[in-house]
Design a protein around this ligand. Sequence first.
Ligand SMILES: Cc1cc2nc3c(=O)[nH]c(=O)nc-3n(C[C@H](O)[C@H](O)[C@H](O)COP(=O)(O)OP(=O)(O)OC[C@H]3O[C@@H](n4cnc5c(N)ncnc54)[C@H](O)[C@@H]3O)c2cc1C
Length: 484
Amino acid sequence: MLRITMSIPQTSGTTPAPRGHVAIIGGGYTGAIIAHLLSERSHDSLASITVYEPRETLGAGLAYGNGDVDLRLNVAAHRMRAVPGDPAAFIKWLDTKSRLTTDPGSITRGGTFSRRRDFGLFMKDLLQPALESGRIAHVRQQVTRVERDGSTWAITRADGQVDNADTLIIATGHASPKIPDQIPASLIRSRRCLPADRLETMIGEIAPEESVFILGTGLTALDVVASLRSRNHVGPIHLVSRNGLLPRPHAAGDFPPHGTFERVEPTALGLLRHVRSLTAEAEKNGLPWQSVMDALRHQGQAIWKQFPEPEKKRVLRHLRRLYEVHRFRMPPQVEALLKSCGEQLITVSRGRLESVRDIHGRLELGIRRTKDPRHEALQVDRLVIATGPDSSNLLDYQKLLRSMRDSGYLVPDPLGLGIACDDHCRAISAAGLPQSSLIIAGPLTRGTFGEITGVPEIAAQAVAIADTVIRQAGVSRRTISITR
Ligand SMILES: Cc1cc2nc3c(=O)[nH]c(=O)nc-3n(C[C@H](O)[C@H](O)[C@H](O)COP(=O)(O)OP(=O)(O)OC[C@H]3O[C@@H](n4cnc5c(N)ncnc54)[C@H](O)[C@@H]3O)c2cc1C
């Protein structure tokens, strides 16, 4: 029996033109999981799936590409529900690779907190079969420009080659951290001041006894502390941010999310009150506050949709940092590290960096502490900028996105969190219209969806995007059997 597979365009009047060539720009977790789902679900009905990603592997991106074995996931491994339809895939992979034996440090009272690098390797393995079979192509190139070319998109790569695609998915992820204006460019060049995202390649230059000032007190700052300490750093480490708030710890054991936000008053104050009342209720029931934050996270997208824009702005202005330190919690290994170091080695404080000067090869930092308005001068050997990805300059920090904004294909969302898109992730043009062949994915869509940073939320969005793209391709597969 000869089986012939034919791709037949749908003929309904409203069906868009076939869109069989799909290009994904950015192959971090977001781009990689979308490519995987497209390859699994399209049953070869798409002409091609190409991921443009300069990094060596797909799925690693900013979060999981760092080779430092001391950087841990900030949620327990069983919560990394990375593969839709197979929520335990990562746990099974850890088991198959005997990671619980080779990495006993991953097991803590709060669950298994694996190495971030391992999650990157897991994603690499997930994508490998489709890469080998050619169902997914990985082009190791930065994309520098995208333009409309009739009904397709012309994609210019850093090597000058131009490819065409019918559907374009922007998954370029996190922007670089903002370099504060106070830091002269010459100090960045001299490598005395380092952005945290370049630390992996530069950390060897920091001598163990040097004093290090870390600007920022979030998870990125704690990554820097973990990396330094794993290299036996003994010099003083100062962490400073405007609010001086560290990510909170995880609670021991497993517990269900507590509370519903269905009827929350859609105001910043209403939300805060509701969280407080649910927390008191949870505690009465013997549940930790973390159970309420987990419920808030799970219902985050639905809550965000209910809030009018002025209240969203109020939430961002007044509650964002508070939310982040409770939502993005530190891995138990880092909690233990901070406890063991004590204040002689690591200090955390509130303050503002006002000036940075080079004094004979050392740095003199002008700081205004929140508790003491006098100007303080602190001499250190290094300054690490660990303020985290800067979403406010998303359409400015790289050539591709700048050019797409200048051409009117992309605009920032009204809250300045990412790129404007509708509920189907279709990019909104400068003319205010959704573009069905231009899709925005992952944390870039924060303005529309609110809570879309963690792996499970991105995975759920990836399903919706993959299904839309396959549907839009306007191609239905028909298998015709010819009996000879
Ligand atoms: C340090 C860190 C730790 C995290 N830890 C966890 C965790 O433990 N658990 C959890 O659930 N979530 C975690 N997250 C959040 C979450 O997993 C990330 O938000 C997610 O990985 C986002 O992936 P992304 O692909 O959208 O972005 P990114 O990881 O930023 O990847 C974007 C990719 O796009 C590529 N790219 C950019 N521009 C171009 C271009 N012009 N051409 C070609 N390629 C381009 C980049 O090279 C990059 O690889 C973490 C996030 C960070 C930053």
